[in-house]
Design a protein around this ligand. Structure first.
Ligand code: SAH
Length: 452
C-alpha cells in the first residue's frame, strides 16, 4: 500500500457504522461479509461519508469501488503532481485532471477533489446508467464547480476532453479489464479475477473487446501522441502484468522514453499503474520505479532509466560532504551553472541545491572549445518560475537538484549496521539525459579530492 494510505489497517467497522447508520445491519461480530454486494456498497458509502464528507449512492448493478485500493492510485497521482514542489519552492496551482471512465460513483474525482481542494477534474463516462448516477452523485454533493462530467462515445476519442485545447496536468483511468465475456468466464474458473469485479460489474464496465485493458490503454497511448504536452502526465491502472509489459513495449516502440511504473500491493492482490509524458520533466525514482523488485523480476528490464543518481562517499561525515559539494558547485557556478540553496527537506540537516545550466560548460572538451559566451542575464524562467542565469530567453537545458543524504546500510547483522553518506542528484528537467549524467559525474569527480 502507498505509505500515505490511511487504510493500511482494517478499519473499525463498529465505529464506522456509528457514523453511518445504513452500515449497521451489515456489521456482525465486528466484521463485514465482503461477499455481500449490499454490504460492500454500504461500506464504501460509509467511508466516503465519514472520511471525505461525501454522500454516495452506488447502484447494485454497477462496480463498487473499494476505497483503500482507489486511494493508492490517487496518492501516486499526487506524488507525480507534487514531485518537485519542495525544490522548485512552488506548489502547482489550478491543477486540472481527467478521469477516463469514472463509473457510477465518480470515485476518483471525489477522492482527488476532497484531498486537493484547489484541483479540478473532468470525468468521462460512456455508459448511460453510470453517467446518470455519476451526475446525481456529483450534483447531490454540490461538487459541480470542481467536477465536470462529460459523456463519451464509442466512435470518438477516449481522450476527447483534450480536444478543447485546455491544458491538463494529468489524466487517469481504471480501464475495462477484460477482452471478452469468455475471458471473464475463464478467469473466474482460475479464480484470477480482481476482487469483487465479477459479481456486480456490467459488461460495458468490464469488457473492452479490442484487447481488454492493454487494448484500451494502448489506444490512449496512440491518442496521446496527437495531444502531446497538452496533458503533462497520461496515466492508467493495469490489472495484469502482461498488460504492463505490453504498454511499456508500445511506449518504447514509439520512443516515449519518459515514463513511470508503480505497483500497488494489497493483501494477495497486485495492481500496477503506468504514466507517460511528452514533457521534459522527470520524476524521482521513488515515484517512477518499483524499488522492491529484484533484477530477476519480469518487470525489472522495463523499468524506466534512473532519474535519481546516488554517489556514496563511504566514511565521510555529512557536514564535510556538504561543504565539498557546495564548494564544487560554487566553482562550476562561475562557469555558467547556477546553483541555489534550498532549505533542508524534512529529515535532512543540510540544504539541497537547485541547479540550472544552459549548456555543458564543465566537460574538458567544452572548456577547450570555449567561445566567448553571450552576456549572462538573470531572468525568471517560464518553466520553473525561478530566476535563472541565461543568455537569451531559452529554458535551461538542465535542471536538477543535489543533496547530501545518509543511507543506513545493513551488512547482515544488527551490529554491523553502518551509515554511508552520499550525494543524491535528482534530474528535474531537460531533454538530454547525457547532459544530466555528465554533470553528475563531473561533480562527483570534483568532490572526491576535496575529501582527502
Ligand atoms: N473509475 C471507476 C470505474 C472503472 S470501470 C472505478 O474505478 O471504480 C471502467 C469504466 O470505464 C466503466 O464505467 C465503463 O463504462 C467506462 N468506459 C468504458 N469505455 C469507455 C470510454 N471509451 N470512455 C469513457 N468511459 C468508458
Amino acid at each position: 500500500m502507498h505509505p500515505r494510505n490511511r487504510y493500511r489497517n482494517v478499519p473499525d467497522f463498529i465505529a464506522l457504522a456509528e457514523s453511518y447508520e445504513p452500515l449497521r445491519p451489515y456489521v456482525t461480530d465486528s466484521r463485514i461479509d465482503f461477499k455481500d454486494a449490499e454490504a460492500q456498497r454500504r461500506l464504501t458509502e460509509a467511508i466516503m461519508f465519514r472520511d471525505f464528507g461525501i454522500t454516495l449512492h452506488i447502484p447494485l448493478n454497477r462496480l463498487c469501488p473499494p476505497i483503500p485500493n482507489r486511494l493508492n492510485y490517487v496518492l501516486w497521482i499526487q506524488d507525480i503532481v507534487h514531485a518537485h514542489s519542495s525544490v522548485l519552492k512552488s506548489h502547482p496551482q489550478a491543477v486540472r485532471g481527467i478521469d477516463i471512465g469514472t463509473g457510477a460513483s465518480a470515485i476518483y474525482p471525489f477522492l482527488i477533489c476532497k484531498t486537493e481542494p484547489g484541483w479540478k477534474m473532468v470525468a468521462t463516462e460512456i455508459d448511460e446508467e453510470s453517467h446518470s448516477f455519476a451526475q446525481k452523485n456529483i450534483s447531490g454533493n454540490d461538487m459541480q464547480s470542481q467536477i465536470t462530467l462529460s459523456k463519451a462515445s464509442a466512435s470518438g476519442r477516449i481522450l476527447f476532453p483534450l480536444e478543447d485545447n485546455v491544458r491538463f496536468e494529468f489524466s487517469m483511468c481504471n480501464p475495462p479489464f477484460y477482452g471478452s465475456a469468455q475471458e471473464v468466464a475463464d478467469l473466474a474458473k482460475e479464480k484470477e479475477l480482481p476482487p469483487n469485479a465479477i459479481c456486480t460489474g456490467a459488461d460495458i464496465e468490464m469488457i473492452y473487446p479490442d484487447g481488454g485493458e492493454a487494448g484500451f490503454v494502448g489506444r490512449m497511448v496512440e491518442e496521446s501522441e496527437q495531444f502531446l504536452t497538452q496533458c503533462k502526465w497520461y496515466t492508467s491502472m493495469l490489472g495484469k502484468m502482461s498488460s504492463v509489459l505490453a504498454i511499456i513495449e508500445l511506449l518504447r516502440k514509439r520512443t516515449i522514453t519518459n515514463y513511470a511504473i508503480t505497483e500497488f500491493v494489497q493483501g494477495q492482490t497486485r495492481r500496477w499503474a503506468v504514466a507517460w509524458s511528452f514533457s521534459d520533466t522527470h520524476l524521482p525514482d521513488s515515484i517512477a520505479r518499483i524499488s522492491s523488485i529484484p533484477p530477476s523480476h519480469a518487470l525489472y528490464p522495463v523499468l524506466p532509466p534512473r532519474n535519481t543518481l546516488t554517489q556514496p562517499f563511504p566514511g565521510c561525515m555529512p557536514a564535510r560532504l556538504y561543504e565539498a559539494l557546495a564548494e564544487t558547485l560554487r566553482t562550476i557556478e562561475a562557469d555558467g551553472v547556477l546553483a541555489t540553496e534550498v532549505a533542508p527537506r524534512a529529515g535532512s540537516h543540510h540544504p539541497s541545491f537547485f541547479i540550472e545550466a544552459q549548456a555543458n560548460t564543465w566537460s574538458r572538451s567544452a572548456r577547450r572549445s570555449r567561445r566567448p559566451r553571450a552576456e549572462m542575464q538573470l531572468q525568471p524562467d517560464s518553466h520553473t518560475g525561478n530566476t535563472v542565469a541565461s543568455a537569451g530567453k531559452t529554458n535551461p537545458s538542465l535542471t536538477c537538484s543535489a543533496r547530501v543524504i545518509i543511507q543506513e546500510t545493513d551488512a547482515g547483522s544488527p551490529t554491523a549496521a553502518t551509515s554511508t553518506c552520499s550525494v543524491e542528484f535528482q534530474w528535474i528537467y531537460g531533454k538530454e539525459r547525457a547532459l544530466f549524467e555528465s554533470f553528475v559525474s563531473h561533480v562527483n569527480r570534483k568532490i572526491a579530492p576535496k575529501l582527502k
